[in-house]
Design a binder for this molecule. Structure first.
Ligand SMILES: [Zn+2]
Length: 278
């Protein structure tokens, strides 16, 4: 620190730890927003704040942070499961599922899926991640390029002793369905509950779509149509965009409107059809 810079009062320390509250919260925020250490550095620089922890220490602290996050996630899931049981007073519960990929398209190396309870305030009851690569394996493979016996022995040692992160070798498009199937299969053993309502009789889950998922697809489809039409004149002689037409600002309200129509009329197709008419 510049000797002329007056000392800044730091935040309190975390209980039973030497870590400062602000550093822990900043690190957690970096993960929640997906910007990680590089993004935190940019934000601090833009705001003229002292930089976050140095990257090496940040990475080391990540392992500790992960343990704490996992502990809280497990506690939260246990509470959510209990809530989901208490409402219908049954261990046969209804859930909805959704998946996401790290990158768009169907070539992502990593993906995740979750199951959510269908109580008044839905909560996550299980999560599963899919990974087509493992950083330790990739790192160890560089040893093989050395071509020596020692390097080969070291490679074997690393491979045998590590907890491999790769757990998926199908096409990335199958990640969501495969993860949800896995969570359905383990529910009784792991939580003592059965997900019944949308399990396709427990035989096979092809795809579970929830309303939010539908909303995202609707929005994307409208964006694509709008882009395709461009300045082309439609049958009424006007272009698709412009005042009172399909503007970018209109697409999001459309998405909300249709999702709301489904939510309010999910048990009555006729009503749903009528309320979806603008
Ligand atoms: Zn591995």
């Amino acid at each position: 620190m510049n000797p002329r810079t007056p000392p800044i009062d730091s935040s309190p320390q975390v209980q039973d730890s030497k870590r400062h509250d602000i550093n822990v919260r900043t690190q957690l925020a970096g993960h929640l927003t997906g910007i990680r250490h590089a993004g935190l550095q940019k934000i601090c620089a833009a705001l003229n704040l002292p930089p976050p922890l140095e990257e090496g220490r940040h990475n080391k602290r990540d392992k500790e942070l992960l343990q704490v996050v996992q502990k809280f996630a497990n506690e939260s899931i246990s509470t959510a499961i209990q809530e989901a049981i208490d409402v219908p007073k049954s261990t046969d519960i209804t859930v909805s599922g959704d998946g996401t990929w790290q990158t768009r398209g169907f070539s992502s190396k990593h993906g995740a899926a979750d199951l959510i309870s269908t109580c008044d305030s839905p909560k996550v009851v299980d999560i599963e991640t899919c990974s087509k690569t493992c950083n330790v394996c990739l790192g160890a493979e560089s040893l093989l390029q050395l071509g020596t016996l020692e390097a080969r022995a070291k490679y074997n040692q690393i491979i045998i002793n590590h907890d491999c992160g790769k757990n998926f070798d199908q096409p990335s498009g199958n990640m969501e369905a495969s993860s949800i199937l896995k969570m359905f299969r383990r529910s009784e053993k792991k939580y003592g509950v059965r997900y019944t309502e949308i399990s396709y009789k427990g035989i096979e889950i092809q795809k579970i779509e929830d309303i939010n998922h539908f909303g995202k697809r609707l929005k994307r489809a409208l964006e694509v149509i709008k882009q395709k039409c461009g300045k082309e004149k439609l049958s009424d002689g006007k272009i698709i965009g412009g005042k009172g037409r399909l503007t970018d600002q209109m697409i999001t309200p459309f998405q909300i409107y249709f999702c709301e129509a489904i939510r309010k009329n999910k048990n009555d197709l006729d009503k749903l059809y009528k309320s979806a008419q603008v």
